[in-house]
Write a protein that binds this ligand. Sequence first.
Ligand code: GLV
Ligand code: MN
Ligand code: MN
Length: 437
Amino acid sequence: MNRREFGFGLAGLAAACALDSLTYARDADTIRVNGARLNEHLQALAQFGKNPQGGVSRVAYSEADRQGREYVMGLMRAAKLDVSIDAAGNIVGRRSGRDLSLKPILFGSHVDSVPEGGNYDGDVGSLGAIEVAQTLAENNITTGHPLEVCIFQNEEGGLIGSEALLGILDDKALDRVSNSGKTIREGIRFLGGDTSKLSSVKREKGSIAAYLELHIEQGGTLEAEHVDIGVVEGIVGINQWEVTVEGFANHAGTTAMNNRRDALLAAAKFVEAVNRVVTSVPGRQVGTVGRIQAFPGAPNVIPGKVILSLELRDLDAAKIQMLYQRIRGEADQIAQASKVTFDYRPINENIPAPTDLRVRTIIDQSAKELGLTTKQMPSGAGHDAQDMARLGPVGMIFIPSIGGISHAPKEFSRPKDIENGANVLLGSLLKLDDVNW
Ligand code: GLV
Ligand code: MN
Ligand code: MN
């Protein structure tokens, strides 16, 4: 069955951005995903890297990651997608469109996890996208635009797979050691990519019609307010640094308390300063020290060196820089008082990304047509969508996370919400297809 063509220019869409009054002519208005199948697939994927706490440890480039990806590729083939692994190790499932002149619509997410993560972050959007492709295949629907289901590799390690599409994965990034213990370069090879051909993966700005991502909210707003679907307004910028504090390692029994250069004590003051600076101004910005290592790491040695992580997030990149400078100012004072030094190495930067107003409007209308309630909201978590926003219009669909728990084994989203999210993804995709992007 071919879906009905109809002229729906961007100008018309922009002019009617309230959209409530807009009607879309579609042959496929009534098709729905198979929610039971999607939830079964999620349970099956959760077996790869399953941990005793009930979640998964499927960090990128681990054996569990490789096996999980094999499972996902099997699902993609069953959904009649033309599956390949690109040179950056991303999984891409292509589906032809009717009109060869149109740019592809991309949709997907990631299946790698944080260490001791949950079963929904990334998985819902990835398997939801595959379920949408399968639903299109079962209903013999051919879209006008070609479609690409993208399962990005190593989202949790800094949006690595989607950075490859931007062409910004340089040697320094490739040599960084990931949570798996492998460098990113080794990891890409491990997944079946080829770092010598990374330029083949790069896409130009304007080369995609749109990118859509379904994801769990990872916060507690939707559940608390009894809202079914979050329509994401923008994704926060994320800056991360490795901070090294150098003091002097010495005997813990013979060195008087007033004669120490204790790097861990200075680091503890730094952790407190980060919290104080970030909470000293109004707004939704957040700052975290999530990892800290003391050296040499013995009960009877004063720590001479500490390596810690600093992460700052906000929708406004300038605000992140302002907070960073204030934190450094505080650290300078700690350094002087504690006779230590602080050194900062930027390790990751994802710039904030607003989503596209037209795509947001389409998501909102798709949800409402399904009888679902919606809320416009920012994303405090990072997503591959923020890299894709540098290539073309993006939109993100959130579903509730129970208890607002994420990046933890107790992460949970209800099967019905997952099904709803996938149906909104399907409806939005079909509406996006009706626009000549
Ligand atoms: C990715 O999940 C992030 O927000 O860290
Ligand atoms: Mn995610
Ligand atoms: Mn995550």
